[in-house]
Write a protein that binds this ligand. Structure first.
Ligand code: HEM
Length: 487
């Protein structure tokens, strides 16, 4: 027994040593393994990736390789060089890392899945004519949720945290739009899914990093089960209209995917379609409530559009297209709060050529990661006073959209990247923007909504969520609100 234990211990030590023993060759990016064997920088990375990567950038420059839980991740932080990664979808693969996350977060594996058919389906429903249809269903659902209040309810001020207020309303309306065809009680059913989803969302980053403790594992498992149950009751049965979810599930069935796996895939889609929109709306409305000048500029723009219809809630989407002030305020919000990692798996050894002509060897089996939040989004060379919300940062003095931003004297192609870029740029971008715009228009024209404390300031961000899309706050802004009588 003692010999077996000793042998095992030595075996583990040898594996540790082999994994820790990587050294840098001359043409590779600077290598920073950290002091802890195998784990490397995993703890610091998980605590606050933005702070950690900023520290590494100061130490090594715009490209470096760090060890994180046994993996080697090459981080690139020069936006002028991002195309070298984004345009190589052959050596740098999007799907493998996505599959790892699917397994860890959703217990989902789709081995023979045809991702390009799925993407084509999304484009058909979330762009062009399909989008016009989705936008109007979304608008109807937002109105229906507001009108579900009783007349007595409407007379009273209600209090809430702004984050819950925005997330709940947009999530429920979005859920009903995409998943709600078979609901009996739309209000109650969508609220039940929202409540469970928030518990799931709170554990998401730990699920992705495989760092749940045993109690959290129990909670995440049971929340997932409840969500699968709630979603399967809502999934369309039989032959129904030409809707995205129906077509997506049919596509899975044709690939031979069983019913259990379809439920899991539905939860993945719920997260992909609803996980970022509510938090983005929170930051936008929060910045407007704490910046009166920005709020009055956006209101003025909405007022000028409202004359195009008998009431603002009936403004058709084509009349809502030309909103440069809103667009700039949203871009500025996302510049400050959208912080996804753009991660790719390195399938073969590769030489990466930077914009300054410098070349680096990247090893097969490593990961490449762009983190546009640090640069371009928070880069003081590109955006002056980057930590400040300036609603007109993306406006020219003549009111048109500003697109000229520079780094190192070079005009940038990527000066903010909340939606990713290249082949894997967000397919739902226009639907997300349309939903947030309609939500804001609804709140500003049909509700009285104010901060409980007029001197409140924006809460800090939850630093553990860097890398996972739109950030979430640590704390909240307390608001009070009621519907206007004209509804
Ligand atoms: C504020 C809201 C949203 C933000 C900030 C956001 C952000 C992003 C980003 C950064 C990516 C690229 C990931 C990468 O390259 O590694 C992405 C991809 C994607 N997004 Fe979004 N997204 C949002 C809302 C939505 C919505 C509403 C939908 C669906 C209706 C959606 C569907 C997708 C899909 C399907 C992809 C993968 C594209 C592919 O496979 O190539 N997103 N999103």
């Amino acid at each position: 027994m003692i010999w077996t234990t000793l042998l095992l211990f030595h075996g583990v030590l040898i594996i540790f040593w082999m994994l820790s023993n990587r050294s840098r060759s001359k043409k590779e990016p600077p290598l920073d393994k950290g002091v802890i064997p195998w784990l490397g920088h995993a703890l610091e990375f998980g605590r606050d990736a933005s702070k950690f990567l900023t520290r590494m950038k100061l130490k090594h420059g715009d490209i470096f390789t760090v060890r994180v839980a046994g993996l080697y991740v090459t981080v690139l932080l020069d936006p002028n060089s991002y195309d070298a990664v984004l345009e190589d979808s052959v050596t740098l693969d999007f799907t493998r890392y996505a599959e790892v996350l699917m397994r860890r977060i959703f217990s989902l594996s789709l081995p023979n899945h045809n991702a390009s058919t799925e993407k084509a389906l999304m484009r058909r429903h979330f762009q062009g004519e399909g989008l016009t249809c989705l936008n109007s269903v979304m608008e109807g659902n937002l109105q229906a949720l507001l009108q579900s209040e009783t007349p007595q309810d409407r007379e009273n001020w209600k209090r809430d945290g702004l984050f819950n207020f925005c997330y709940s309303l947009l999530f429920r309306a979005g859920y009903l739009t995409l998943f709600g065809a078979e609901q009996n009680d739309r209000n109650r059913d969508s609220s039940a899914v929202y409540q469970e989803f928030r518990k799931f969302d709170a554990l998401l980053t730990k699920m992705a990093r495989n760092t749940l403790n045993s109690e959290e594992k129990g909670i995440s498992g049971s929340v997932r089960q409840r969500l699968w149950g709630l979603l399967s009751a809502a999934l369309p049965r039989g032959k129904t209209e030409d809707r995205w979810l129906q077509n997506y599930l049919r596509h899975l069935r044709e690939e031979g995917v069983d019913v259990e796996t379809q439920k899991r895939a539905a939860l993945l889609q719920l997260w992909a379609t609803q996980g970022n929109v509510g938090p983005a709306a929170f930051w936008l409305l929060g910045f407007l409530l704490t910046n009166p000048e920005a709020m009055s500029a956006v209101k003025k723009e909405f007022d000028s559009l409202s004359v195009l219809a008998d009431s603002p809630q009936h403004l058709p989407f084509d009349k809502l297209q030309n909103t440069p002030v809103f667009d700039s305020a949203l871009s500025e919000t996302l510049r400050l709060t959208a912080a996804p990692f753009i991660t790719r798996e390195v399938l073969n050894n590769k030489t990466l050529r930077m914009a300054d002509g410098q070349e680096y060897d990247i090893r097969k089996g490593d990961r490449m990661c762009l983190f546009p939040y640090i640069s371009p989004q928070m880069d003081p060379e590109i955006h002056q006073e980057p930590e400040k919300f300036k609603y007109d940062r993306f406006l020219n003095s003549n009111g048109s959209e500003r697109r000229d931003f520079y780094k190192g004297g070079k005009r940038l192609k990527y000066y903010t990247m909340p939606w990713g870029a290249g082949k894997n740029e967000c397919v739902g971008r226009l639907f997300a923007i349309g939903s947030i715009k309609r939500f804001l228009l609804t709140v500003l024209t049909q509700m009285n909504l104010e901060l409980c404390d007029q001197d409140s300031t924006m809460p800090k961000v939850n630093a553990s969520r860097y890398g996972f899309g739109v950030l979430q706050p640590e704390g909240d802004l307390e608001i009070r609100y009621k519907l206007r009588c004209t509804l």
